[in-house]
Design a protein around this ligand. Structure first.
Ligand code: HEC
Ligand code: HEC
Length: 321
């Protein structure tokens, strides 16, 4: 009997994970359009306003990510951010960008406190947070953040630098709709509008695509995203976030600050990718993100449905960063 119950709850847990699988942006090779497969990795590319010319291969070099505007930094960029450290530590800017805005497939870091960033790194290292043994696709595919072994000094330098970056407005608009352009997950786990066109039902998802595909694949530091969310989700999200919706969750401002821009080392919820938000809420709920302070999120997520998570993320995406 006991055995049966265990199997049943396992099935339920797995099913719950599978539902927001789209938020983990896993590449499906069979969906790649011909233009991606035939792309010329040697052709020189540039972005408006920059003197640099780089091939896609150079742009995708995780130890030398493109610094298109080297004069724009508020303070010297630490080596570990720009070039990583040795064979296992990739440059933070390769995935988080030189503006720390990140992409939907990674995360924002700008303006988070240095001690929050340092704590996340410790949690990644211990495997407690976003654990490699977890079953979410983010990990199954690549264990980026858990396989890093930067020194404590490198972590602190990077944390200090990212925490000093201003938060940029990365989301140009949130569009509520039942139908979205057909998309696919391309190389580098970025979601793009399919070049062959077509539409499909949004099907309870958030679809987040670059405003400008060329700039996003060149890893331009200021090129933003457009967000499509299910009809009605923003209003429902507002109710959940601001009131807790009759005990379904807790009002987020209690811990994340009155304006949701962070309070002490509790991180900001504004100006972040809604795809990332859904992944985190799902990970907190299923125990894949159980770091030092992750337990504080448990009461806020335990009763949330996938639909609630999407609504919360959509509403947060409408707020000014
Ligand atoms: C190869 C890609 C990649 C590189 C390089 C990388 N990261 Fe990450 N990082 C990620 C991904 C992907 C996530 C989000 C995981 C998730 O959604 O759960 C992440 C998340 C994080 C987070 C959690 C953010 C939050 O709001 O909780 C921190 C902190 C972080 N990274 C710091 C760093 C630092 C510091 C470096 C450089 C030493 C670095 N990362 C290099 C891919 C990368
Ligand atoms: C009781 C306090 C508390 C409440 C209430 C709370 N949170 Fe949190 N939240 C936290 C703490 C603490 C963290 C950092 C956890 C960690 O370090 O891993 C966090 C982290 C998060 C993160 C991850 C951010 C990132 O950058 O990775 C998201 C997303 C989040 N909360 C969303 C929400 C939402 C949405 C609500 C309201 C529905 C909410 N939280 C309510 C305490 C709280």
């Amino acid at each position: 009997m006991k055995w049966l119950v265990t199997i049943m709850s396992l099935t339920v847990a797995l099913a719950a994970r599978a539902d927001v699988e789209w938020a983990y942006q896993v590449v499906d090779e069979s969906q790649l359009p011909a233009q991606d497969l035939e792309a010329d990795a040697e052709a020189l590319r540039t972005v408006p306003g920059s003197d640099l010319e780089l091939t896609q291969e150079q742009i995708d070099d995780h130890w030398n990510p493109p610094d298109w505007f080297p004069d724009s930094h508020y303070a010297p960029v630490p080596d570990v951010v720009a070039h990583g450290a040795g064979p296992t530590v990739r440059a933070c800017a390769a995935c988080h960008g030189f503006t720390g805005a990140g992409h939907p497939e990674s995360s924002h870091l700008a303006g988070l406190t240095a001690s929050y960033i340092t704590r996340q790194m410790a949690d990644f290292r211990s495997g407690a947070q976003r654990s490699p043994s977890g079953s979410s696709a983010m990990r199954r595919d690549r264990y980026w953040m858990n396989t890093f072994e930067p020194t404590q000094e490198q972590i602190e330098e990077a944390a200090e630098w990212f925490s000093g970056l201003p938060v940029i407005d990365w989301i140009d608009e949130v569009i509520e709709t039942d139908t979205v352009p057909r998309t696919y997950i391309g190389d580098g786990r970025m979601r793009h509008i399919h070049p062959d066109g077509g539409t499909e039902p949004i099907n309870g998802r958030i679809i987040e695509v670059p405003q400008d595909r060329e700039l996003a694949t060149a890893r331009h530091p200021n090129s933003g995203f457009t967000v499509y969310a299910p009809t009605g989700s923003v209003a429902r999200g507002e109710e959940l976030v601001t009131t807790g919706a009759d005990g379904r969750t807790l009002a987020c401002a209690t811990c994340h600050g009155e304006d949701l821009k962070g309070f002490g080392d509790t991180p900001r919820l504004t100006g972040i990718s809604p795809t990332y938000t859904v992944r985190q809420l799902n990970d907190f709920k299923n125990g894949d993100r159980a770091g030092t302070l992750g337990t504080l999120m448990l009461l806020a997520v335990e009763n949330l449905t996938d639909e609630d998570m999407v609504a919360i993320a959509a509403y947060l995406a409408t707020l000014d960063p």
